[in-house]
Write a protein that binds this ligand. Structure first.
Ligand code: ADP
Ligand code: MG
Length: 218
């Protein structure tokens, strides 16, 4: 497998471990504002993604990520499956266009955000995963412009996503199942936004450990 693709796949496996560890927690968050399945659904998405990894090893990173995204769209289910799958498809295509690794992360996050927006039609502020993904993409952009490493750029994105997810507890939902709850959702974080924060934190931790171990950043 090409080294760039192998590094991305290893990061995705780390994210999968963290999502599985948080499956119950994510279901509890969704039980407060939706139907209680978010943890199960996101783990099913990652199962589909990891199964497809074995079949795309020879492909370019962009094509491999698009294939993983298609697997998630096809089998993930729930609101999150098509949204997350689309995010992967768009992120893969966009990341292929950048030469500098840190900038590739920024393009991938922006494209993921745009893909979720065009597929789900929600806006930033509607209390969805976009309220974690959008600030994450912005923070990554600022960190990349400041000349930070890939690991630092993903760390900045993770911090912004965590803050964004925390902020959803103060928002009234205008998209997704929680929109039916009105003010009753206040005080509870959006489960999809928390998932995005968990994914980015897991990626940041994985990349930091790799950098400490002296791996070349690609
Ligand atoms: P379902 O609502 O079908 O049970 P999940 O529980 O798996 O799906 O996922 C719910 C999450 O999906 C929400 O917390 C929210 O972040 C995200 N979501 C739902 N609808 C949208 C949308 N239109 N745009 C962006 N994100 C959305
Ligand atoms: Mg749900």
């Amino acid at each position: 497998m090409n080294p760039g693709t192998a590094a991305v796949f290893a990061t995705l496996e780390s994210i999968g471990r963290e999502l599985r560890r948080n499956e119950q927690y994510l279901c509890e968050l969704d039980a407060a504002v939706g139907d209680g399945d978010h943890g199960v659904t996101i783990v099913r998405c990652w199962d589909a993604l990891e199964r497809r990894m074995n079949e795309v090893e020879g492909k370019s990173l962009a094509d491999a990520l698009a294939e993983l995204g298609k697997a998630v769209v096809a089998t993930g289910g729930g609101a999150i499956g098509p949204l997350l799958g689309t995010a992967f498809i768009e992120a893969g295509t966009a990341a292929g266009d950048a030469s500098a690794p840190a900038h590739r992360i920024v393009l991938a996050l922006r494209a993921a955000e745009e893909g979720v927006h065009s597929r789900g039609r929600a806006q930033v502020g509607d209390r969805t995963l976009l309220d974690a993904l959008h600030p994450a993409a912005e923070a990554a952009g600022a960190a990349a412009r400041a000349g930070h490493t890939v690991s630092e750029v993903v760390s900045a994105a993770a911090q912004a996503a965590e803050d964004g997810a925390t902020g959803t507890a103060k928002m009234i939902a205008r998209a997704g199942r929680a929109a039916r709850m009105g003010e009753q959702a206040l005080g509870h974080m959006d489960p999809g936004a928390v998932s995005v924060a968990i994914m980015l934190r897991a990626a940041a931790d994985h990349l930091r450990n790799r950098a400490v171990a002296g791996d070349h950043e690609s």
